[in-house]
Design a protein around this ligand. Sequence first.
Ligand code: GUE
Length: 284
Amino acid sequence: MTAQILDGKATAAAIKSDLTARVAALKEKGVTPGLGTILVGDDPGSQKYVAGKHRDCAQVGIASIQRELPGTATQEEIEAVVRELNEDPACTGYIVQLPLPKGIDENRILELMDPDKDADGLHPMNLGRLVLNEPAPLPCTPNGVLTLLRRYGVEIKGAEVVVVGRGVTIGRPMPLLLTRRSENATVTQCHTGTRDLSAHLRRADIIVAAAGSAHLIRPEDVKPGAAVLDVGVSRNAEGRIVGDVHPGVAEVAGWISPNPGGVGPMTRAQLLVNVVEAAERGVG
Ligand SMILES: Nc1nc(=O)c2c([nH]1)NC[C@@H]1CN(c3ccc(C(=O)N[C@@H](CCC(=O)O)C(=O)O)cc3)C=[N+]21
């Protein structure tokens, strides 16, 4: 058996085409959504991701606001740019590209953001709203995973889901999304302190691998027919992306998300969704 591909690139393209029409409708009402990005330092990976986000914006008609600071920027200098975007009416949503340089208090920066302009869904107010089941912009990567599963008809209701990882962007919010009444999955969260990871994985109908550990998920760990989402990003000696999922898993799984071409493009698409929804709330 060879797994069906959960094609994030194609799904993101479909989402962007839907958003293009919604942005055009907003513009007719006199509202142009604008995505801001704050990038600190010159990490080539971060530069590439941010450039991709602005390319997406151009495709769907969202205005781009780019702020770049040197890696030597102080806490106060970054906070001044956050305040500026909070005040800027042309900026309807923005992100602070993570990670920030060593010595910068990341959480303080996030807390300073206007939660209504939080395009990532990572502001503590919005994470709190998610816990409380209140409407909030959803964290982009977990929401991208969910959208991909829905798009391909993977049964989530009643499914045993294993989330591997407990990072703030994926591991921690993912179970919150999956256990809402609208999803009704049963979730096990595994991490580096898990005693027998394979035992948990082998029972899973859906695996969300967000550990950042190259080829952690091996074919013998996967129940035949399971859906496997590869969220991890490591790089090999040549600088190529290596995911958390061993290539042999494709022979066992029922569905698999490629990496690259899976969850990454979905993350970017959900970011645009958050920006457009925030602008629509402003209009409606
Ligand atoms: N505030 C903040 N928000 C983020 O959403 C955020 C962040 N900080 N910091 C870093 C991570 C990483 N991230 C990715 C987004 C898209 C791809 C993506 O589109 N990847 C392509 C390939 C890109 C390549 O070839 O390098 C793919 O998977 O097909 C990857 C990674 C968002 N992040």
